[in-house]
Design a protein around this ligand. Structure first.
Ligand code: FAD
Ligand code: NAI
Length: 462
């Protein structure tokens, strides 16, 4: 008799969701977590604290930029950084405690400590070894390091340090114009810091739709973020005058430097599997430190599975959650599945940016005949009322069948609206299906319908 049916290592969105689903499906399940609180990177030092700071500073931005336009005069709040940090921590605590509650409710055992897989079916936590029929690796990821840059989490920080700076910085250099760099760069820019983003490639948010990239950069620049694009960072030196970021422009090889109070290194994350004992077990690894799995998240070692940031695919909480749910179903004799073609990506800046499915660039490269229906938020009454009419919705559909292949939104509420397209794509819908669906007025979502109409006989308000 094993101690448990399944032991999951790591209590992030992948691990805790897998555990709850296993328990719901009748399994005796335990989760090993070494952190003091449940919820992993996402709840403790990722998605949740960053969204709290984005929310607080979004309101600050609204006061400064838009209140007087609406006749709300005289508001001039000062920032109590300590209080803003407490608010952020309260949001985090509420959510991590929530997972603890869900574990109790579902009778999931939390084995506190760092786990090591001693052998298939055996997990060692401290001095204790527990047995299980199956083991799921859900150990997540950690920030990738950059040659020439030493992180001290005070002056030169990763996202973890950037979320908990002791004081508001006057200036921040962000290395990497990806999701972390732009979300946290926005936070500090809204707080009044001089923010400069240095990006290696020729565009921000690599992999996103090209038109969205251009529009997004223009909007962020108007909000005060400065961009140095096509620049390879060579190193950061911490001096008495501040942190000096040295970079080389790729187009002409010229070198330059910029000094700031804080440097945020946001050049990607890598799977975290240290201390698990995978090498001794002979677990096969994939590219970039990922644990290699088959389509059912099984590694090459029978009884050992892996999900979330530790395996291939986008490093997103909801992707980890979906894999957690699917692997739990498979380990319970059911048919778990994840549709990797319909995983939305959202950047929670103001305005939000959201996308799902193929970009125009990817369709062109694949030689696929497609049509693009685009609708600007300038034609959306609700977006104009909240001063966020700069972006657009773009829907890409198959030229012959009208089936939706992808959607890209930059505008208010983009992160919620994208799910209308996700559901449509899951059902194999055509753009016309969305175009013929009545959308309430006045909502931002009308812009989605208009973009779908633009795939056919044309949008009404453009
Ligand atoms: P993790 O959440 O990393 O959890 C893994 C857990 O395993 C950790 O708690 C770790 O302590 C534990 N662990 C590791 N090894 C062991 C061991 N040997 N024994 C015991 N425990 C172990 N994604 C989004 O979708 N939306 C967002 O808005 C978003 N914002 C983000 C903001 C930031 C600043 C960062 C850094 C990330 C953000 N992400 C976001 C990404 C998201 O956090 C990850 O994709 C997600 O947390 C991955 O979940 P996971 O379960 O695979 O791993
Ligand atoms: P990222 O992969 O999104 O962006 C890294 C950026 O750094 C890229 O633009 C890359 O070209 C650039 N870069 C790499 N080396 C460089 C160098 N030497 N000099 C200058 N630029 C360089 O990684 P990021 O932002 O660190 O985020 C990590 C992960 O966390 C992502 O996979 C993301 O999915 C996830 N995340 C998701 C969020 C969301 O869903 N809203 C929010 C924050 C993080």
């Amino acid at each position: 008799m094993s101690d448990f049916d399944t032991i999951i290592i790591g209590a992030g969105p992948g691990g805790y969701v897998a555990a709850i689903r296993c328990a719901q499906l009748g399994q005796k399940v335990a989760v090993v977590e070494g952190r003091e609180t449940l919820g992993g990177t996402c709840l403790n030092v990722g998605c949740i604290p960053s969204k709290a700071l984005l929310n607080a500073t979004h309101h600050l931005h609204e006061v400064h930029e838009n209140f007087e336009k609406m006749g709300l005069m005289g508001a001039n709040p000062t920032v109590d950084w300590g209080k803003m940090q407490s608010y952020k921590q309260d949001v985090v605590n509420g959510n991590t405690k929530g997972i603890e509650f869900l574990f109790k409710k579902n009778k999931v055992t939390w084995l506190k400590g760092w786990g090591q897989i001693a052998a298939p079916g055996q997990v060692k936590v401290g001095e204790q070894t527990y047995t299980a029929k199956n083991i799921v690796i859900a150990t997540g990821s950690e920030p990738a390091s950059l040659p020439g840059v030493t992180v001290d989490e005070k002056t030169v920080v990763t996202s973890t340090g950037a979320l908990a700076l002791e004081k508001m910085p006057a200036s921040v250099t962000v290395i990497g114009a990806g999701v972390i760099g732009l979300e946290l760069g926005s936070v500090y820019a809204r707080l009044g810091a001089k923010v400069t983003v240095v990006e290696f490639l020729e565009a921000i948010t690599p992999g996103m739709d090209g038109e969205v990239q251009k529009s997004f950069q223009r909007i962020l620049a108007k909000q005060g973020l400065k961009f140095i694009i096509g620049a390879a960072v060579k190193g950061v030196d911490v001096t008495a005058a501040g942190a000096v970021t040295r970079y080389k422009l790729r187009k002409d090889g010229s070198e330059a430097a910029l000094t700031s109070e804080v440097v945020l290194v946001a050049t990607g994350r890598k799977p975290y599997t240290a201390g698990l004992g995978l090498e001794a077990l002979g677990v096969e690894m994939g590219p970039r430190g990922t644990v290699k799995t088959d389509a059912h998240w099984a590694t090459n070692v029978p009884g050992i599975y892996a999900i979330g940031d530790a395996v291939a695919g986008p490093m997103l909480a909801h992707k980890a959650e979906d894999e957690g749910m699917a692997v739990a179903e498979i380990l319970s004799g059911k048919h778990g599945h994840v549709n990797y073609g319909v995983i939305p990506g959202v950047i929670y800046t103001t305005p939000e940016v959201a996308s799902v499915g193929a970009t125009e660039e990817a369709l062109k490269e694949a030689g696929r005949a497609y049509k693009a229906g685009k609708f600007p938020f300038m034609g959306n009454a609700r977006a104009k009322a909240v001063f966020q009419a700069e972006g657009f919705v773009k829907i890409l559909a198959d030229a012959a069948t009208d089936r939706i292949l992808g959607a890209h939104i930059i505008g208010p509420g983009a992160g919620d609206m994208i799910h209308e397209i996700c559901v449509a794509m899951e059902f194999g819908a055509a753009a016309q299906d969305v175009a013929l669906t009545c959308h309430a007025h006045p909502t931002y979502s009308e812009a989605v319908r208009e973009a779908a109409l633009a795939c056919g006989d044309g949008a009404i308000h453009a």
